[in-house]
Structures are given as C-alpha cells and as structure tokens.
Design a protein around this ligand. Structure first.
Ligand code: FAD
Length: 645
C-alpha cells in the first residue's frame, strides 16, 4: 500500500491532514490580519507580473502602499523560510535562514503600480477591471470587491454612517462601507488624515504624500472627510447618533501614558506621541540640549530619531549638532536583547547617534529651584520579566545614577480619551475606564448602532490590525442596518499545476538587505526616507526565495511503484518511505489506514510515504523524478468571502 498521509514527527508519529490543513501551510497569509495573499504577490514579483502583484496586495488592504513602507509585517514573522536551515550551493547547512523581505517587496510593487505613480481614478479602475487569471496566482485580489460585485452584499442606498477618527481603522471602515453603498462621513480632530500614520509615524519612515494618495482613493470611493472637526469639541456625539444610521468610533489611543514619577508634571517633560504630533504638524516645541527619552519600544525610537533630526530642520543648530552639543539618550528598562523595539530601529538609531542605555528604570525627574528639569534619576533594573514572562521589573535600589538633561520625553505607551462620550454616549459601557466593552464578532458596543474599531477596540497594536478591525466594524454596521447576519467563509481552491518549476538555486539565495541611505544623508535633510527600496532585479531575486508554501506535492498511492526516486532526489530529506506498521497516530490516522487498506488487510508488507512539511521547499524535484506520474504539484489558495447567513 502506498499512501501520502501527512506530516511526521519524531518516532514516526504521523498526523493526517485535516480540513484547513493546506490552507494553514500558507503561513504568511494566515498571519496577516486581513489575510493578504503575500505568497501570491511575492511569486508574481518573482515572475515579473508587477501590476498583478500590486492588485493582489491591494485587494484586501486599502493601505497597501503604506503597509509597504511601515507594516509591522506579521507575515514575515510567520514566513517558513525563516524557519528552515540555510544551505549553501553544495547543499551544506550554514545556519538558519531568514524570512522573505515581504514588506519591502510590497513597497516595490506599490511604487510601480499603486497610488504613488497613479491617480485615484486609475488605481480604482485597475482594481475593478482586474479579472484574475484562471491560474490561482491572483485569487486573493480584491476579494471584498468581487464579493460585493457578485452580490453577496445587498447594495445600500447611501445611508449615512458617521466615523469618529480618520486613522487607518476609521478610514478602512469608510472604504468598505463606501463599497457597500453607504455614505461614510469621517470626522477627525486633526487637520490631516491618517491618524497616527500622519501625526505619529515620522516622515523619514512614511512620506506624507503616500498617505495623502492612499486616502484620496478612499475619498474617490465616496467617503466624505471632515478634517479639523473634533467630536465633543465641534460636534457632539449625541448629534452624530441622531443624524446617522450608525456610528463607528475609531479614535485610537492618542494620549501619552505618564509614569507617575515625582517631578513628572511641569515644563520640560513631554509625552513621546505629543512630541511626534507637534513635529508632524510643524508646531514649535522647545527641545533643550540634552534630551532623555524613556522607553525601549518602536515609539521611543521614533521619538529619539525625530529629535536627532530636529537639529537638521534648524540650520542655525546644525553647527551645534556637528559640534556634538545636543545629546539624545534613550534609556530602557530592558537589556538590548529584551528591547521591544525592532532590531532595525535599534541599529539605525545607533547609527544616527541615539545613545542607548539598557537596564535602567526611572525613579524621579530632578528639577532646579526654578522648576526647570536638570536630569532624571534612574535605578538599575535587574530583571524585567518574571518566570511567566509577565512584565514584573525588579530593581537594585542601591545602584542609582542621575543623568543630566533638560528635556524628558516619555514613550511608555498610550491611552484613550473618551470624554466626548459624556454627551450622548453614556450607554457605551466600558470594561475599564477608556476601553469600551465590545462584541468581538461585530465590534458592536453596548449602545445600539455604535461600533468601535482600531486601537480603541483591541488596544495598541499594528496598523494592519487597525485596518482589519475597521473592515470588521463595517460588516458590523451592515448587519445592524440590514438585520442580516454575515458569516466569514474561507474559500479554498486546489489547482493542479501542469508544469511547476522553480528558479535555479533559489534555495541558496540569502535574504537581501533592504537598501537604506547613509546616516549622514538621512540627517542632512529632514524627511529623507531612510529606506530606499529595491530595484527590480533585486526585488525579483528576493521574491524568488519564496518557498511558495501554497504549492504542495500530492501523491497518488495507486500509481506509485515504490521506486524511492522521490526520496532520493529530495534535497532536504523531507520524504521518507517507511513500513506502514512503523507509523502511529490518532484515530484519524487509523481510519485513513483502514480506508486505504480496504478494511481488515494486514499492514505488514505495506509502505507509507511520509512528508515533513517543515522541511519541504516545494522544489518539485520529486514530481519531476517520479517515473509513473504518481506525484503532481498542486496549488492551494484561499480567500475570505462573506456569506449571508
Ligand atoms: C509613533 C507610532 C509609530 C507607529 N509605527 C507603526 C509602524 O511602523 N507599523 C505599524 O504597523 N504600526 C505602527 N504604529 C501603530 C499604528 O499607527 C496604530 O496601531 C494605528 O494608527 C491605530 O489606528 P486607529 O485608526 O485605531 O487610531 P489612530 O491612528 O490613532 O487614529 C485615530 C484618529 O482619531 C482621531 N480622533 C481622536 N479623538 C477624536 C475626536 N474626539 N474627534 C474626532 N477625531 C478624533 C485622531 O485625531 C486620529 O486621527 C505606530 C504607532 C505610533 C504611535
């Protein structure tokens, strides 16, 4: 008997693929909160199908171009290439491999065919006019748009929905509501759209023009944006509820959280996000000569690196900076290895002159008799996390140091401001002050017709989480207004591939470093993008590293002649031919074996082919080698569709 039956574990414990098994192998797509088919666009780039790559990336994500610049990229964390051993050209192990540079590849595709080079109308018509080829490479393209066009949603008639907050969550809700036929009206207290993308993320990471262009597409779909209108300040929440069929509250967490230190209140101490906002909006902020940033995460780095650049804005200070009279010190509780900031942020901060001090916790802000800041007292932190990996710092009080400084910036998290609920939102229950109680399926609050999205719904996370929750809130609104229930369904397609071939030597290519400009270029002109982006040849080479986890060899046991050719040719030894009576597993496995043997037959003398998914690099050599065509390569792809229940 020959049977392809799934993954093996040590001791020949075998698991039979269950429903969703092949889908879950596409780890990048599963990990993305909006299930972008990263594999699909990476492979399209490798093949030179660049517009298709953009359309695949843009389908489920109205902020594809922005994500190409700054997404926290959960897809890369999940990428299987980062978990396989790295081999040299002779197939020798030379260390662990690294994930595909998916985010930078997305930027590459967007820069060629996204909002950067094209006006909104052209981008929209490209999306709407794009008919995915039968080859399932483009299956995830604009899944939502197709679902609407194929009539899964009842088209709405311009019912007005108010959205409080024009960050990625509010604007993603508006995007999908507009596609459904609602009239979304976004109220934003800031004079610019994009929320934290525009007033938090520094422009050296995300050019403002990219935000404006991405938002222009959402407006072109029929979204109205009222900028500079604060709810609770210029219009009441009660009024919004009266005038609209539903309200989505997506106000984010824009308040800097303080540390409650002695001396914290007063001049010279600012919240990190307040500093970033002031710089983004060109508002004056008086930074002294020695700036201490407290925090060890990405926001702390945005703050510190923005301060470093502040000198460059001001020509008169350039000489001072060159003379080294301004110091920016970043002090974190964590050791370098434990710091929550991305390694890249830390490296680039180091390169730009941010002085890092690890393992110190603030005790108090020291002030002179006139109230001005003179420094910060720190004590040694001997441990940040306890055995359960909970944040639970321990200090050595005897080991203290006072760092001199005249400005302190605190980047220790953000919290919400829901004071606008006082007029008209008393029925929005909060499970703790500032955080509404929500239905996780629809993002409805306890107040009829009021939904939440983004950081307010789930706490501070990534931009792409905010996008996903904005889209979810839009569906919540649809259900509320129509009285229908929507159900998300993963539509899975299996497509046999006639001729599946991989690029020569793809398994040995090391991850490309994302090109950046030099520290002196970065600091010479404010807003200079640090990352430069891939050129086409680099992008295609990097994309060709993708293991294409959606492709899998499928074994036809009835044709196999047990020659063992597939096992011999496999470069990663992921296949094994073993006596059937050596395998063990659960009831599912037993049932599969029984089914294959026809019931009652003896296992002895029968053989199983086992495959270790973790090691398979989808090279297709097994299929090419098989003399009796018992192995075919098959592409599995999936997308989410919304069905009326
Ligand atoms: C400094 C910084 C850097 C970041 N960098 C990254 C990154 O590189 N990658 C990544 O993936 N994520 C990053 N994030 C996280 C990401 O920006 C947030 O998760 C995301 O912006 C949250 O979206 P949101 O729409 O929920 O809220 P926000 O983006 O905060 O938007 C909320 C909007 O609501 C408006 N608003 C608030 N109150 C009112 C009111 N009463 N009336 C009217 N409007 C109101 C605000 O003005 C704001 O425009 C970063 C966050 C920060 C703070």
């Amino acid at each position: 008997m020959q049977q392809g039956i799934g993954t093996s574990e040590p001791g020949l414990r075998v698991a039979v693929p269950q429903d969703g098994y092949h889908r879950n192998l596409i780890a990048c797509q599963v990990a993305c909160p909006v299930h972008t088919d990263a594999r699909g666009y990476v492979r399209a780039i490798a093949d030179g199908r660049l517009e298709e790559a953009y359309l695949i990336a843009r389908g489920p994500n109205p902020f594809a171009s922005i994500c190409g610049r700054i997404c926290g990229a959960p897809c890369e964390a999940a990428c299987r290439r980062g978990r396989i051993p790295r081999l040299d050209e002779e197939g020798r192990f030379i260390g662990p491999d690294r994930p595909i540079a998916i985010r930078a590849l997305k930027r590459f595709a967007c820069e060629r065919f996204g909002v950067e080079p094209r006006p909104p109308a052209e981008v929209l018509s490209a999306i709407e006019g794009f008919v995915p080829p039968v080859a399932a490479d483009a299956e995830e393209m604009a899944a939502l748009l197709r679902a609407f066009l194929s009539g899964d949603f009842e088209p709405m008639r311009g019912e007005r929905v108010a959205i409080v907050g024009g960050g990625p969550a509010g604007l993603s809700a508006a995007h999908d509501l507009a596609l459904m036929g609602f009239k979304p009206i976004v109220f934003d207290a800031e004079p610019v759209s994009g929320g934290m993308l525009a007033v938090g993320v520094p422009d050296y990471r995300l050019p403002r023009e990219v935000i404006r262009r991405e938002v222009a597409v959402i407006e072109a779909l029929g979204t109205e944006i009222r900028r500079g209108v604060g709810v609770g300040r210029d219009v009441s929440f009660a009024q919004l509820r009266r005038d609209h069929v539903a309200v989505v509250v997506a106000v984010g967490a824009k308040r800097s959280r303080g540390l409650g230190l002695p001396g914290e209140a007063g001049p010279g101490v600012y919240g990190g996000v307040d500093l970033l906002r002031a710089v983004a909006l060109g508002q004056p902020i008086d930074l002294g000569k020695i700036v201490i940033v407290i925090g060890g995460g990405n926001v702390a780095y945005d703050v510190a690196r923005t301060v470093v650049r502040q000198e460059a804005y001001d020509a008169a200070r350039t000489a001072a900076r060159q003379a080294g009279t301004r110091r920016v010190r970043l002090v974190s509780l964590e050791t370098l290895e434990e710091m929550p900031a991305d390694t890249l942020e830390i490296r680039e901060g180091d390169e730009e002159g941010v002085e890092r001090m690890n393992g110190w916790g603030p005790v108090e802000i020291a002030r002179a008799a006139d109230g001005s800041v003179t420094g910060v007292v720190f004590r040694r932190c001997t441990r940040v996390y306890d055995e359960q990996r909970r944040f639970n710092p321990v200090y050595d009080d005897a080991d203290r140091v006072t760092l001199p400084g005249d400005t302190v910036l605190i980047a220790a998290g953000q919290t919400t401001d829901l004071s606008f609920l006082e007029d008209g939102g008393a029925d929005v229950e909060q499970f703790r002050p500032g955080w509404p109680r929500v239905d996780p399926e629809t993002l409805a609050t306890t107040a009829p017709g009021v939904f939440v999205a983004g950081d307010l719904a789930h706490g501070t996370r990534l931009l792409i989480d905010a996008v996903a929750s904005g889209k979810k809130a839009a569906r919540g609104v649809y259900q509320h207004v129509t009285g229908r229930t929507l159900r998300a369904e993963a539509l899975t397609v299996h497509l046999p591939l006639e001729r599946y071939r991989r690029e020569a030597g793809y398994e040995a290519i090391p991850r490309a470093e994302i090109p950046t400009c030099s520290p002196s270029e970065r600091l010479a002109r404010a807003g200079t993008s640090v990352e430069v982006g891939f050129a086409e040849a680099e992008a295609r080479r990097e994309a060709s590293r993708c293991l294409d986890c959606g492709v899998t060899p499928v074994f036809d046991g009835s044709r196999c002649v047990l020659c063992g050719g597939c096992v011999d040719v496999c470069p990663t030894s992921c296949l094994a031919l073993v006596p059937l009576d050596a395998v063990a597993g659960d009831a599912e496995l037993e049932a599969a074996i029984e089914g294959a043997l026809g019931g009652g037959a003896d296992r002895a003398g029968n053989t199983a082919i086992l495959k270790d998914e973790d090691r398979c690099i989808r090279c297709a050599l097994c299929a090419m080698r098989c003399p009796v065509d018992a192995i075919t390569m098959e592409r599995v792809s999936f997308r989410t569709v919304w069905r009326q229940a």
